[in-house]
Write a protein that binds this ligand. Structure first.
Ligand code: 15L
Length: 267
């Protein structure tokens, strides 16, 4: 019996993953603070606020693995980041430890390294240069995952997800785009691997212009199939290319608009 928990199941990534992972697990246990009432075969649902440790311990019970896609997915107030991403991610790992779950797919983000310039090829040794409090929270999650691996043997993929959307609204995403299918393949690879360790992966498709190198993670065998290239000729992208100023921080840095957005006051 393979029972996998998917947090954040009502969010954009969660919705895409429900489609892509249909039939893959014996049970896909969905959770979110928003109720999901269109359950498909093989899915179950638990309403859960991941900032509540006791609730997360119950949520994780009897699971063989966790896909942690819940929490704040863009820049937000410190209070939101603290509850949803800092406490939320701690609760997931601590619940995994208490309930004996041995493998986690952690949705980290390119915004953990968003203040690298676009001419820098990132690899496993590139320093964290977050472009937002949201990016900082993903750094916390990655470091926490390493701690739970070294101390308790819980293995993780730390997937620095680029831009996982069905369309490509801007030129930056020609480099950062990740197809839903490639994301699902990375998740399947994560749970199929004989050994995973605690492995960071730049989760982008097989795009032509990339800013990252995944050779350190080649042992897990993930090979993205899709590419943004067929989208590159769209008129809005060509027009944008004529307008872009290379010295604009949103063009200079990998994080795009996140490098200038925020920093939010508490609500
Ligand atoms: C992210 O981490 C966000 O969750 C998503 O909404 C996009 O902004 C994406 O990064 C991106 O960089 O395109």
């Amino acid at each position: 019996m393979k029972r996998i928990l998917l947090t954040g199941a009502a969010g954009n990534l969660g919705k895409a993953l429900r489609k892509q992972l249909a039939g893959w697990a014996d049970e896909l246990r969905l959770s979110d603070i928003v109720t999901i009432d269109d359950l498909q075969e093989g899915e179950s649902f638990v309403n859960c606020d991941i900032s509540d440790l006791q609730a997360v311990i119950e949520l994780v019970k009897d699971c063989d693995g966790i896909i942690h896609a819940g929490g704040q997915s863009i820049e937000g107030t410190w209070d939101n980041i603290l509850d949803r991403n800092i406490k939320g991610t701690y609760n997931i790992y601590e619940a995994a430890r208490q309930q004996g779950v041995k493998r986690v797919f952690f949705t980290s983000s390119n915004h953990l390294v968003g203040f690298h310039e676009r001419e820098t090829l990132l690899d496993n040794d590139s320093p964290m240069r977050p472009d937002s409090l949201y990016g900082v929270s993903k750094g916390f999650g990655e470091v926490l995952a390493r701690y739970y691996y070294d101390k308790f043997g819980i293995e993780s993929t730390l997937a620095r997800i680029g831009s996982c959307f069905p369309e490509i609204p801007n030129r930056r995403m020609l480099s950062t785009w990740l197809s839903e299918r490639d994301l699902a393949d990375l998740i399947k690879t994560t749970f199929d691997a004989d050994r995973l360790g605690c492995t960071m992966v730049y989760a982008v498709s097989n795009n032509k212009a990339v800013w990252c190198d995944n050779r350190h993670a080649s042992f897990i065998g993930w090979q993205p199939q899709d590419s943004s290239e067929p989208f590159a000729d769209q008129p809005h992208l060509i027009e944008e290319g004529k307008r872009n100023d290379p010295n604009d921080p949103a063009i200079r840095y990998q994080g795009g608009a996140f490098v200038t957005a925020g920093h939010f006051d508490d609500e």
